[in-house]
Design a protein around this ligand. Structure first.
Ligand SMILES: [Mn+2]
Length: 356
C-alpha cells in the first residue's frame, strides 16, 4: 500500500507539500486541479505544472481526486456527449502525464452532506457530523450557505459557491431521475470512456455515496454491496473499479466493510480510511482514526485490505480539527498526520505478523 494525503493544491489548501513530505511514510499525494469546473478540459501543460510542483517537493501524484462529472452526464441530458468528449480529452492528458488513477463520484447535486462541520467533542476537538433529524428540518439552500460560511474561508469540495445560484435549477433537472436511471447514465458514461481507459491503463475508482442513503430525495446508487455489484457487473471490465471509503460506506452500519473488501478486492484501486462513531440510525460523528475512538475495527479493515493483496494508494480521510489548527474542515494537517502514522503502524504490524 502507498500512503498518501489528499492535497487541494497551492492556494486552495492550508497544508503545504513540504509539510506532507515530513509525515513519516507518506510518499505521495492525491490531488486535483481545484479550479476546474465539472465538464472543463484539463490541458496537458497545467497537469504537468501540478505534477512538477509535487515532484519538486519529493512526492508523487498517486491519483486524481476528483475529475468531477458534469451534471448533464448524470442526468443524461442531450449535452452529455459533448461533456463526455471533454472528459476523454482530460483522461488522455492525465495519462500523458503518467497519471492513471481517477477517483470520481456520481452523486446528484451534492458530493457529500453533513449537518455540522465543527461539532465539539469532549476532548475539545471538532469534527464533521451528520444528523438526519437536523437535515430533515433544513432546505438545500440553507445547508449550502451553512457549509460555505463554516468552512474557515476555504471552498469545500463539491460545495463551490457558484453552484448555489443554480441549486433550484439543479434539483429541477434531477426530478425525474430515479436510481435506475442514474445507474443507466453512469453505465452509459463508463461504456463511452472504456476504450480510452483501456488504451491508457486508466483505472476509474468510483467514490461511494456519502452518507450511504438518499438525502433531500435525491437518488443514491453507490451505497451498498448489492448496488456496487450492479455497477461493476454493468460494465464488467477492470478499468471500472471502486474507491473503498470506510467512512462513506460505513455511515450505514448495515454495510459490512470487511465483507465489501473481500467481495470486490481486485476491483478496489484506492482506499479512504477513517473512523466514525455511530449514535443511532442516521446519526454519526467523524472520529480520530484509531479503532478505540470510533465504531470501526480499523485493524480488521487494514488486515482485510492487506489480505486481498491491495497495493494501491491509501489515505487517511477526514481528521478532527485539533491543536488550534485552522484548515478546511476535515482536511487539517495534524489529525490526518496522526491518522497516516497510525495506519502505517497497523500496516507494519500486519505485514510482519503475516510473515511469521
Ligand atoms: Mn472518502
Amino acid at each position: 500500500m502507498k500512503m498518501t494525503l489528499r492535497w487541494f493544491g497551492s492556494g486552495h489548501d492550508s497544508v503545504t507539500l513540504e509539510q506532507i513530505r515530513q509525515i513519516p511514510g507518506v510518499t505521495g499525494v492525491i490531488t486535483t486541479l481545484y479550479n476546474k469546473q465539472p465538464g472543463e478540459v484539463w490541458n496537458l501543460p497545467e497537469i504537468l505544472e501540478l505534477k512538477n510542483e509535487v515532484e519538486n517537493a519529493g512526492l508523487k501524484i498517486e491519483g486524481i481526486e476528483s475529475v468531477n462529472i458534469h451534471d448533464s452526464i448524470k442526468t443524461g441530458s442531450p449535452e452529455k456527449d459533448k461533456y463526455i468528449e471533454n472528459y476523454i480529452i482530460t483522461l488522455e492528458n492525465l495519462a500523458k502525464a503518467d497519471i492513471h488513477l481517477i477517483c470520481y463520484n456520481f452523486m446528484p447535486v451534492f458530493d457529500w452532506t453533513r449537518s455540522s462541520l465543527a461539532k465539539k467533542r469532549a476532548d475539545g476537538s471538532t469534527v464533521l457530523s451528520y444528523d438526519q433529524d437536523l437535515i430533515d428540518k433544513i432546505n438545500p439552500e440553507t445547508i449550502f450557505n451553512e457549509i460555505n460560511s463554516n468552512s474557515n474561508g476555504f471552498t469545500m469540495p463539491g460545495w463551490e459557491p457558484e453552484r448555489l445560484s443554480k441549486i433550484k435549477e439543479l434539483f429541477e433537472t434531477y426530478k425525474d431521475i430515479t436510481s435506475e436511471k442514474l445507474l443507466e447514465n453512469l453505465i452509459y458514461f463508463l461504456n463511452k470512456i472504456k476504450d480510452t481507459c483501456k488504451k491508457n491503463n486508466i483505472k476509474m475508482a468510483i467514490h461511494p455515496d456519502d452518507p450511504a442513503w438518499p438525502v433531500f430525495g435525491l437518488p443514491r446508487i453507490i451505497n451498498s454491496k448489492e448496488n456496487i455489484q450492479k455497477l461493476l457487473d454493468g460494465v464488467n471490465d477492470d478499468f471500472n473499479g471502486l474507491t473503498l471509503c470506510t467512512g462513506s460506506l460505513g455511515s450505514n452500519p448495515e454495510n459490512d466493510i470487511c465483507d465489501i473488501i473481500k467481495t470486490f478486492g481486485k476491483r478496489i484501486y484506492f482506499a479512504h480510511i477513517r473512523n466514525l462513531i455511530h449514535h443511532s440510525k442516521g446519526k454519526f460523528d467523524e472520529a480520530a482514526h484509531l479503532s478505540s475512538d470510533g465504531s470501526f475495527d480499523m485493524y480488521e479493515i487494514m488486515k482485510t485490505l492487506y489480505e486481498t493483496g491491495f497495493s494501491g494508494p491509501v489515505r487517511p480521510d477526514h481528521g478532527r480539527a485539533i491543536w488550534g489548527e485552522v484548515a478546511m474542515p476535515g482536511y487539517g494537517l495534524y489529525d490526518r498526520a496522526l491518522g497516516a502514522t497510525y495506519l502505517n503502524g497497523l500496516i507494519e504490524a500486519i505485514e510482519k505478523s503475516s510473515k511469521k
